[in-house]
Design a protein around this ligand. Structure first.
Ligand SMILES: Nc1ncnc2c1ncn2[C@@H]1O[C@H](COP(=O)(O)OP(=O)(O)OP(=O)(O)O)[C@@H](O)[C@H]1O
Length: 543
């Protein structure tokens, strides 16, 4: 049921592939094929340039900028054959990932050290900021500064002859400046957008995005625009896009709702008041699985509820990835390395405690670091946890070699029994084990492994959830753009906050549109007894 039809471009999609406009703005609704068509356009662009290149010149490359790297790489993988043999000439990155790459490559010419480091959010919550260490928010301004250094700017612009930006409607001012900067010379710019999916505008206080971004693109010299006609390829029955659109314009009397409910393609489950609603999510997954679904997007509003639901699903044995919580992977790597350094006598126990506290904080995702993290970081834990930490210290001190220390570190997190972040820890220990083996298992190789780990950790802050291929993805409602799955399960809670908007919820309804249009087959909405007015009309549909 979930197999993908081969990509046969429609006439409009073909126009996009054949265009050589310096700026091409592609507008189209959910599932109209903007992302896959951009991949086809990238291939066409590269083949055309190869055909006219002087012999001996370097092969041109394309940059695909996006809000979520995995969303795009998954789509491209699913649409096998689109990029074909040019796949290695297309760099996919998030805006922050690109900025970080620029800081790493060229930061030393602009006041940064040879190995610049990046402070994660968790670290900022626990410690006073060290101004020498960059934070996530510093990355884009820093990259823009670096690009003003003449030779670096020129070199960088030469790297990519076509820059593609997905979800263009949501780019903020700095991202737009970066795009303009990268395409200042002869480079082409391909912008993909859907104004109805603009979810980062005013309602939760985000700034800097809006329709004016589309106007700015249209004003670029030689800019052209192609609109993809209505019609989702994601759901060729058009039922999901139809209810998505009806929800966006608050037309809950639209007959498509009743039709989708009758067909079992829209399931509305009222009275889900438990938090996290893990059991209800498991039941919904089971039901969708029986209907043939293989991949799942599980959405919930807010980072903390996402992390809590993810932890509860882990307890129930549901293998999944919590999208956007990749920072915890990077912090797990760093904590494991701290353990290895302690075991080999290269650092103090305090360093292990601090890194464990940072890791724990990275798995919680609240505005402030949890009290327990402060307690771990300063060794003021008591009772069972104190004893477990003391046991870990003794075990690591007694480790006979690095391999033994890796083994102890790998199981340490489960033994501390702090319940969160188990998946990240497991992945990180496997990665450190691999790196240590590659370095010959020698203590002398630890510094090199640590440098490598620092690099991976920093990327984990910027390349949201890179590399994870789980068919079950749990995410915050605001990370749903560009994603698709056979079945979507969206959990709404009575306490969800959608800003000060009231009916007709001009902004928040766009979020609802995005949620409903992610599904290839089926959407389940879990609603509390007293739902937020944004989704209350949906509960009435099954009264
Ligand atoms: N011409 C086509 N033939 C077959 N499948 C297609 C075609 N165009 C798009 N698709 C498929 O439709 C789905 C949606 O495409 P894509 O993700 O590119 O749409 P989109 O416009 O970027 O969506 P959204 O804005 O909702 O994220 C993908 O699974 C893609 O492979």
């Amino acid at each position: 049921m979930s197999s993908q039809p081969p990509f046969q471009p429609t006439p409009e999609q073909r126009d996009i592939c054949e265009s050589d406009a310096p700026t091409l703005l592609v507008l189209g609704g959910a599932g109209t094929g903007k992302t896959v068509t951009a991949a086809a356009a990238a291939r066409a662009h590269l083949l055309l340039r190869d055909g006219v290149a002087e012999p001996g010149t370097a092969l041109e490359r394309v940059l695909f900028l996006t809000f979520s790297r995995t969303a795009v790489s998954q789509i491209l993988k699913r649409s096998k054959g689109i990029l074909g043999d040019v796949v290695h000439r297309v760099d996919i990155s998030t805006f922050h990932g690109l900025a970080w790459q620029l800081v790493r490559d060229f930061g030393r010419y602009n006041g940064h050290g040879r190995y610049p480091s990046l402070r994660g959010e968790a670290e900022s919550k626990l410690f006073r900021a060290d101004p020498a260490v960059l934070s996530y928010d510093d990355l884009l301004p820093e990259a823009l500064k670096i690009l003003t250094v003449p030779l670096i700017g020129t070199l960088t612009r030469r790297r990519w002859s076509l820059v593609i930006c997905d979800e263009f409607q949501d780019t903020d001012d700095q991202q737009w400046m970066l795009l303009e900067n990268l395409t200042e010379a002869a480079n082409r710019l391909l912008l993909l957008g859907d104004p109805n999916q603009m979810i980062y505008d005013s309602f939760l206080g985000w700034k800097g995005v809006g329709p004016r971004r589309l106007t700015a693109a249209q004003a670029r010299p030689g800019a052209q625009q192609i609109a993809l006609p209505l019609g989702s390829h994601r759901d060729p029955t058009q039922l999901m896009p139809t209810i998505g659109e009806a929800a966006r314009v608050r037309n809950f009397a639209h007959p498509a709702f009743a039709h989708a409910i009758r067909q079992g393609r829209l399931r509305i489950v009222p009275g889900v008041d438990s938090e996290p609603a893990a059991d209800d999510v498991c039941q919904a997954m089971e039901a969708s699985r029986r209907d043939g679904a293989h991949s799942f997007g599980i959405f919930v509003h807010g980072n903390e509820p996402t992390a809590t639901l993810s932890a509860a699903l882990t307890e129930r044995g549901i293998d999944h990835v919590a999208v956007g919580l990749s920072e915890s992977y990077g912090e797990a790597l760093k904590a494991i390395i701290a353990m290895l350094r302690f075991a080999s006598g290269r650092s103090e126990w305090d360093e292990v405690l601090v890194r464990l506290a940072v890791f724990y904080t990275s798995t919680v995702r609240s505005k402030q670091a949890p009290q327990l993290a402060f307690a771990i970081g300063t060794d003021r834990t008591q009772g069972l946890l104190e004893r477990r930490l003391a046991d870990l210290r003794t075990e690591l001190s007694a480790a006979t070699d690095l391999d033994a220390a890796v083994g102890i570190a790998a199981k340490s997190w489960t033994e501390l029994d702090l319940r969160r972040g188990t998946r990240s820890w497991r992945r990180a220990s496997a990665e450190v084990g691999r790196l240590i083996t590659a370095a010959g298992g020698e203590t002398s190789g630890l510094d090199a492994v640590q440098r490598e780990v620092d690099g991976i950790r920093a990327s984990s802050f910027t390349e949201a959830d890179a590399g994870d291929k789980s068919p079950v993805q749990v995410m915050n409602l605001h990370q749903t753009k560009g994603r698709e799955a056979d079945a979507i399960i969206a959990v709404f809670r009575a306490s969800d906050y959608f800003g000060k908007e009231q009916e007709p919820f001009a902004s928040a309804s766009r979020l609802l549109y995005v949620v409903l249009t992610r599904a290839r087959q089926q959407v389940t909405l879990l609603l509390p007894t007293a739902p937020h007015p944004l989704v209350a009309p949906l509960a009435l549909l099954v009264k």
